[in-house]
Ligand binder design. Structure first.
Ligand code: ASP
Ligand code: MG
Length: 595
């Protein structure tokens, strides 16, 4: 019999009427011939209320007791849901995380799942019951209650779907699906029919906010197709699967992160270990760094810039001042009035011209770009917070995201049933597979030593520079891979990019001509660079991937010339001659995480 996991978030169970409505959806799915597992969040804002209560009692509530407290929210919901189903004349049984055997580590308030035992759920399902599981919670080895981090019910749902080899995993929420951008920020945002795991990973933590990132990581790892849909209607929502909505489309979504702060360390001695020194000090303060941009500077000095959430700026600056003094850097600058705009799309990995379309749209709107980073499927720029809203609008329009793609995904209108590879059920094997479920997994480690680097220094910090440069390069028929722009001294930017080695001469000629036109320079280059990238799942939730990478390279005495980061990838550029050695030391550094 097909098995469906249905997850209902807080807003979908906010009051008794909503609980009954959710119960009806589950009953209907059962009547249609499915076994049904519901995963339920705490009612409405109940978790927030509990957090607030704890803080009224103590500034530092012990984490173990916090979990004891927070887990009660879900326990209320599952009991009420079971009663609701009973009142509809069907059989149901509610379970806490412990009762369905969700074993976690002991990291209270952000525990990671180690294993799930499906036996008890299976038995109840086989007895014809609807199983109602409390989201967001588990127990550790000593039977202490743990929670998976805010928003963790999504992770519970996807983990149960994987463990039970479910045919469908439906996430019922208060929005209809995933949008091209946040519809509250931009009314012309369009709901997409389908989005790929990779795009969702790049989007989720950027503010799309629809699903917990870790749940997408799980879903990708175990090929669980997810259907995000509204709990208040029967309309199909968005499928999250391996494939994008339209393969021909370069960009699938755009996001805005409003409250960022930019920090730049100027004139860092360009030698192995500099980045490591800086970022390990920041990590020691538990601050997560977002965009990291290292760029080739002048006179054997590099500029390293990055962003953090604005709220983390003060303690970030403390860490950075310390590092800057130790390294003998020239100075530190910062700006706490910046926002990040990103575009994401699997299609851009194979298409040219995506970056300059974005840059041109911004230029025409008079928006200055302070910083640029790229990954295979994402381009992010940092802009003034005052201009962020408009920047998002013009970028969204430039890629015609409001329009239905011409080659719409081959997704039938009522695609709630998901074709998944059905593997023979072998409980032991599934449990074994689950035990490594939340580990960091490195998908790919790559060396590309076919590229060359071009850097234009002293670029005026004014709108339109990046657009003109990349239009010029594109007009010369040159394919650009990585782009890094950072703001250096005296309001000037350094703009670096990589091109195929064979195109270097033309790229340098074009860059020199453009530099002449704009009165900037010098144009420098390295004819042979090596791009090393590490990509994978869990890179964001396992802090320190970049640090591990910097450490490995620094211990091998390899200097990093350029850095680019995204949610799922860290790219570094090193000297071409160090490529093979760099790859080998990264392989050794991540040996435990490679699948
Ligand atoms: N109730 C928990 C929270 O608000 C878990 C969840 O809803 O996903 O974070
Ligand atoms: Mg939630």
């Amino acid at each position: 019999m097909p098995l469906v996991v249905q997850k209902f978030g807080g807003t979908s169970v906010a009051d008794s009427q909503k609980i009954l409505a959710a119960a009806r959806k589950a009953v209907r799915a059962q009547q249609e011939g499915n076994q049904v597992v519901m995963v339920v969040s705490a009612m409405g804002k109940n978790t927030d209320v509990l957090v607030d209560l704890a803080h009224q009692i103590s500034d530092h509530p012990p984490a173990r007791e916090m979990d004891m407290l927070l887990s009660t929210g879900e326990q209320v919901s599952v009991a009420l849901m079971a009663m609701a189903i009973d009142s509809l004349g069907c059989r149901a049984i509610s379970f806490t995380g412990a009762q369905i055997g969700i074993k976690t580590d002991s990291t209270h308030t952000k525990a990671r799942i180690h294993s799930i035992s499906a036996a008890r759920m299976r038995q109840a399902l086989d007895e014809g019951k609807i199983v109602i599981a409390a989201g967001f919670q588990g127990i550790d080895e000593d039977s202490n209650i743990t929670t998976l981090g805010r928003g963790g019910s999504d992770t519970t749902a996807v983990a149960l779907a994987a463990a039970l080899e479910a045919d469908a995993c439906e996430i019922y929420t208060d929005v209809d699906g995933v949008y091209t951008t946040d519809p509250r920020a931009l009314p012309e945002a369009r709901m997409v029919r389908q989005v790929s795991y990779d795009e969702m990973l790049e989007l989720a933590s950027l503010g799309a906010g629809v699903m917990h990132s870790r749940s997408i990581e799980f879903a990708k790892k175990f090929s669980v197709p997810i259907h995000v849909r509204s709990s208040f209607s029967d309309r199909p929502g968005t499928m999250i699967t391996a494939l994008p909505e339209s393969p021909g489309q370069p960009v699938s979504g755009a996001t805005l992160v409003k409250n960022e702060a930019r920090v730049a360390i100027l004139g860092v001695p360009d030698r192995p270990g500099s980045s490591l020194a800086i970022f390990s000090k920041i990590a020691a303060r538990n601050i997560s760094v977002d965009m990291i941009v290292q760029n080739v500077g002048d006179h054997a000095k590099a500029d390293i810039s990055f962003t953090v959430l604005r709220d983390d700026l003060v303690s970030t600056l403390e860490a950075v001042q310390e590092a800057a003094a130790e390294l003998g850097a020239e100075g530190v600058s910062h700006d706490d009035k910046v926002s990040k705009i990103s575009v994401v799309g699997l299609g851009m990995a194979t298409q040219t011209g995506v970056a300059q379309t974005m840059f041109r749209a911004l230029a025409e709107a008079g928006v200055n770009i302070q910083m640029i980073t790229t990954s295979e499927i994402k381009i992010s720029v940092l802009v003034d917070r005052d201009q962020a809203q408009n920047a998002l609008r013009v970028v969204h329009r430039a890629f015609e995201l409001e329009k239905e793609p011409r080659a719409a995904a081959a997704q039938s209108a009522d695609a709630t049933r998901l074709p998944g590879p059905k593997v023979a059920r072998d409980e032991a094997a599934i449990v074994a597979r689950l035990s490594g479920m939340e580990d960091l997994t490195i998908d790919d480690m790559m060396l590309d030593d076919t590229q060359a680097r071009v850097t234009i220094g002293g670029v005026p910090d004014a709108p339109g520079m990046a657009a003109s440069v990349f239009e010029g390069i594109a007009a010369a028929g040159i394919f650009v891979d990585m782009i890094v722009q950072s703001l250096g001294r005296a309001g000037h930017a350094n703009l670096s990019f990589t091109v195929p080695q064979a195109a270097l001469q033309r790229a340098v000629a074009t860059a020199t001509e453009l530099a002449g036109q704009f009165g900037c320079g010098p144009v420098t280059n390295s004819p042979r660079v090596a791009k090393l990238s590490v990509s994978g799942i869990g890179m964001r939730s396992h802090t320190g991937v970049a640090i591990r990478m910097f450490r490995a390279l620094s211990e091998a005495g390899i200097n990093v010339a350029m850095i680019n980061t995204s949610e799922v990838r860290v790219n570094v550029v090193v000297d071409g001659a160090a490529g093979q050695k760099g790859l080998a030391c990264l392989q050794a550094a991540f040996a435990d995480a490679q699948r």
